[in-house]
Design a protein around this ligand. Sequence first.
Ligand code: NDP
Length: 484
Amino acid sequence: MAEATANIGVIGLATMGSNLARNLAHHGNTVALFNRHYSRTEKLMNEHGTEGNFVPAETLEEFAASLKRPRTAIIMVKAGAPTDATIAQLEEVFEPGDIIVDGGNSFFKDTIKREKEVRAKGFHFVGCGVSGGEEGALNGPSLMPGGTAESWKTLGPILQSIAAKVNGEPCVTHIGTDGAGHFVKMVHNGIEYADMQVIGEAYDILRRGLGMDAEEIGDVFAEWNKGDLDSYLIEITAEILHHKDAETGKPFVDVVVDHAGMKGTGTWTVQTGLECGSPVAAIGEAVFARALSSHGELREDAQKEGLAGPNKTIDLAGEDKAAFVEDVRKALFASKVVAYAQGLNEIQDGAKEYGWDINLSEVARIWRGGCIIRAQFLLDRITEAFRGDNPPASLLFDPYFEKIIGESQDAWRRVIVRAVEAGIPTPVFSSSLAYYDGLRSKRLPTALTQSQRDFFGAHTYGRVDKPGVFHTLWAEEGKPEIEA
Ligand code: NDP
């Protein structure tokens, strides 16, 4: 049996697991390695075995024996049944007090259930969101661990060693108990969907609406990346738009089929939003925009049908093109802030529902580096907005964001109007503005909705002029009102 020399182990050595294991080794950890098929372990050892201290194991028994107590293992296998199977196998070889970490993209409700079951057997279980893709796993991800405060004591310093650093601060914090980490990772991904979609909408308006070419729009994005919008996604968008397809010499974006895939975390964010009554409409529209894009046959049929509508460039009616491009930037920024506001509110709603104490300032802080939605300027501001004992109920009420959105909203409206006139869909721009206007509205038409509900279903209503719950007897003469 191997001597217990490793302070951490990784199970599942595909792209994410092997990069995370290398990152751990690069930071002075001695890393035990296990993969269901040993060939992956051998590959990692052959290609990178000299980068640090690794202890490869052919069996889980060897893996467990090579770990110091409390044994700590990060599982990086496919989410779902493979994760359950791996946990069950680990329980056979681990001892009470050992720490099992699931770093896969697990659904937070699975994590809540697993944590309960695993804890009942005396182990610690930590569901840990890992963001940043394969590059982040290797060079510094943003990490969102849940689980007990006790497991954080052992795991925290290890995760701090490998996390991305911003101004020297590691992009990791103990998010909360059981499924809190995976919940926050899920919302992170939901925001990512909206962030990508608003970039797409801005691109479409400039491309189809203003007739700019991909290269030119790449320049615009590169410029935007120097200001408020400075972010990883804007940066890679500029790079993609500047890239030419090697085979045809055409802009790369023009040779890619316009069907966007998804793996489910955006859908979970929306489903959870619906369950918690959290209006994550911008994220929902981003998920649906991908779904619509992938309905290839339906879209082809629509082309054949020749559905009526404008199909033209935007008529600037004498307006300066550069000024309109600036309007698009403002619309993009405002829509993006609304998506963040909705996502952060969903975290608050989830925390209430599942009994977590989640610090939004800390969440924004650890999203500043390592993850896909990293955007230092914006997230610095969000970190500030939620710092202290009296955080705003919405990001939109923070004085900085209130002012900037207030100043951007005319441009935001102009852009949507022009896009609608030209027949260019802007689901997230439009939905975000509708959310903003919905929040601002002193009175909403839902008074009529509630009246309808009372009419057909006796669902009752409140009155603006007195307390109580009322029902109108709609079928009776004079429609008398009774107190319900
Ligand atoms: P995959 O999701 O492709 O999973 C492959 C790994 O899972 C292999 O090690 C494989 O072992 C193992 N595996 C599959 N089925 C089983 C099983 N029944 N029992 C035991 N092991 C099994 O790998 P990735 O590296 O892409 O992702 C790993 C995890 O990290 C996933 O949960 C993913 O969602 C998550 N993640 C991925 C990100 C990404 O950008 N790719 C970002 C953040 C998280 P074998 O080699 O023996 O087949």
